[in-house]
Ligand binder design. Structure first.
Ligand code: NDP
Length: 276
């Protein structure tokens, strides 16, 4: 079988570190299921794994990485500081705990999971310290809509390498994408498949049929065409593979413009603006 991820595109982050554009999200998988899914994903060719302390599967991700036999430096593992752990000292402690659960020497990308009121500055300063000490290869944020990024810019010494937000044709955050692009912040789409709730949209089905692709593949390709990284979750072997089938075709400019019109401000996860 031809490995669809053999020459998968990578993006150079603002500090020169390379990150695969496509990754596996591991939210809502636990224990043996999580470990097996990550092992399978690494066999298929995924090299970016997105976990978080909140997901309670860092230990399983670490075990799967070791079971794969792949050199650690070939992989890109993201984890995130959980909301109750935010603040300067608590974040530093949480980072050590994540490393211990993963049994890693370093994390590739450490993210602030949510912009928590009253904690944002101290949490970011803890990430900057970890970055400057070489404990993480890159630092970034998640759920930082533009007002949060503007606030961060007033005190940050390190520009976030990545901003991970909910993003899909049905939540096309064009202004945020442009804002991030202009500042060298790589946008990464979480819940890119909207947890499945729009995969039967007749417009999407018709387009997908025309390209000989599935709706999920079309959405993930739409992300790539916009230069956005995506981290779809699956623990199903068939769908893990399906979600890699997006590097052998392109969406035409007209069809991209059409998909852009699917925007309906639809979220499957809480709106980060409630945190302001
Ligand atoms: P996704 O949009 O990735 O959807 C996942 C769901 O869709 C699962 O139920 C999965 O089921 C199903 N699915 C996967 N592939 C297909 C397919 N090809 N066809 C049909 N159904 C499919 O949702 P998530 O919310 O999990 O987002 C992805 C990742 O983003 C998370 O795992 C997490 O890593 C990250 N995330 C980050 C957040 C943050 O605050 N920073 C918030 C939310 C998510 P099955 O497993 O059975 O295939």
């Amino acid at each position: 079988m031809v490995n669809p991820l053999a020459s998968q595109p990578r993006v150079r982050l603002n500090n020169g570190v390379e990150m695969p554009l496509l990754g596996l999200g591991v939210y809502d998988m636990y224990g043996r299921e999580a470990e097996t899914a990550v092992i399978r994903a690494l066999e298929i060719g995924y090299r970016l794994i997105d976990t978080a302390t909140l997901y309670e599967n860092e230990a399983e991700v670490g075990r799967a990485v070791r079971a794969s036999g792949l050199p650690r430096q070939e992989l890109f593992v993201t984890t995130k500081v959980a909301n109750p752990d935010q603040g300067f000292d608590a974040t530093l402690r949480a980072f050590e705990a994540s490393l211990q659960r993963l049994k890693f020497d370093y994390i590739d990308l450490y993210l602030v999971h949510w912009p928590i009121k009253g904690k944002r500055r101290a949490t970011w300063q803890a990430l900057e310290k970890l970055y400057e000490e070489g404990r993480v290869r890159a630092i970034g944020v998640a759920n930082y809509l533009q007002p949060f990024l503007e606030e961060l810019a007033t005190y940050a010494r390190v520009v976030p390498a990545v901003n991970q937000v909910e993003f899909s044709p049905y939540l096309y955050l064009k202004d945020l994408l442009v804002y991030c692009r202009n500042r060298g912040i790589q946008l990464q789409a979480y819940s890119p498949l909207l947890r499945g709730i729009r995969l039967k949209d007749p417009r999407l089905l018709a387009l997908a049929a025309r390209y000989g692709k599935t709706p999920a593949q079309l959405i993930l390709r739409w992300d790539m065409e916009h230069g956005v990284s995506a981290i779809p979750k699956s623990s199903n072997p068939q769908r893990l593979l399906e979600n890699t089938g997006l590097f052998d075709f392109q969406i035409s400019a007209d069809d991209m413009a059409f998909m852009d019109t699917f925007h309906e401000n639809l979220r499957v996860v809480e709106d980060p603006m409630t945190m302001l």
